[in-house]
Design a protein around this ligand. Structure first.
Ligand code: CP
Ligand code: NVA
Length: 308
């Protein structure tokens, strides 16, 4: 069976835990090295990753490329607009061709159904680099960051503030898989996908939705937010107005645990979902979180190739 990572559940808790352990080990083994130098064992030597972007990216694009270099392989970046996919070649035919030319495919797209179709027709692993529905690789980097900071995942209390978007859906999925709890402060009409909530609750996580930002952060070990307007969405005035009470600022952070961490997948819209004082403050782990995209994805890549 070809291993795909369209969502975290495709791998399951044991495999994800193995990936996180591998990421911690590999990261610590290469402290201070030049970023493009391969790991000593170069476990993906000779492997090529094709990355297809239908939306903008800085972190996902650079971190997968550097991850492949560190694993001894290489990556090719395709901006969909300059490919034949952008001119109407089918997803199925693109999957068939890229499967002959590359050893794995990463896709960032607006429509989750498209990555499911790609995985259906691909004969090599397909990895989700963000869809309208989920962003599993981001959450692997977030979990790695929490572990590095000494936070054990089971029983951890996370707070999410703002839009019920793709990143929150994957975070809720992770809550079910790793048995942590999540209180999401989201305005009415902007809730996360109900199917993610149901599955996480069925797995034993406590997932709470509230309209009260202070209630969401009360005593939380980790406070997480993201842009109020995701790529592909209208920058609607009424949405931004609805989100305003959920801004993560120092006053709100004061209600979290005294050692609470702040996470944001980035890019940040400073002055909207988060203030400078919080993102640049002592509780912010966002730069580690961004770097950890490399380390977490190296282990995701090793897993899809059957090395974990
Ligand atoms: N967090 C994240 O996925 O960033 P990019 O959009 O820059 O890839
Ligand atoms: N929710 C954001 C995440 C960007 C990394 C978006 O989809 O635009």
């Amino acid at each position: 069976m070809t291993r795909h990572v369209l969502d975290l559940s495709d791998a399951g808790t044991d495999a994800l835990a193995a990936m996180l352990g591998d990421a911690l080990t590999r990261k610590s083994a290469r402290q201070g090295w030049p970023k493009g130098k391969p790991d000593d064992d170069a476990p993906l030597a000779g492997h090529v990753l094709a990355m297809v972007f239908e939306k903008n990216s800085t972190r996902t694009r650079v971190s997968f490329d550097v991850a492949m270099r560190q694993l001894g392989g290489s990556a090719i970046v395709l901006d969909a607009g300059t490919t034949q996919l952008g001119r109407g070649e089918t997803v199925a035919d693109t999957a068939r061709v890229l499967s002959r030319m590359a050893d794995a495919i990463m896709l960032r797209t607006d429509d989750h159904a498209k990555i499911e179709e790609l995985a259906h027709y691909a004969t090599v692993p397909v990895i989700n680099g963000l869809t309208d529905r989920s962003h599993p690789c981001q959450i692997m980097a977030d979990l790695l960051t929490l572990l590095e900071r000494g936070k054990a995942l089971p029983g951890l209390e996370l707070a999410w503030l703002g839009d019920g978007n793709n990143v929150l859906n994957s975070l809720i999925e992770a809550a079910g898989l790793f048995k942590f709890n999540l209180r999401a402060g989201v305005p009415q009409g902007y809730e996360p996908d109900a199917s993610f909530i149901e599955r996480a609750r069925a797995a034993g996580a406590t997932i709470t939705l509230t309209r009260d930002a202070a209630e969401a952060v009360r005593g939380a070990d980790v406070v997480v937010t993201d842009t109020w307007v995701s790529m592909g969405q209208d920058h609607a005035h009424n949405k931004v107005a609805a989100m305003a009470p959920f801004q993560v600022n120092e006053a709100l952070m004061a209600g979290a645990a005294s050692d609470a961490l702040f996470l944001h997948c980035l890019p940040a819209h400073r002055g909207e979902e988060v203030t400078d004082a919080v993102i640049d403050g002592p509780r912010s782990a966002v730069w580690d979180e961004a770097e950890n995209r490399i380390h977490a994805q190296k282990s995701v890549l090793r897993w899809v190739f059957g090395q974990l």
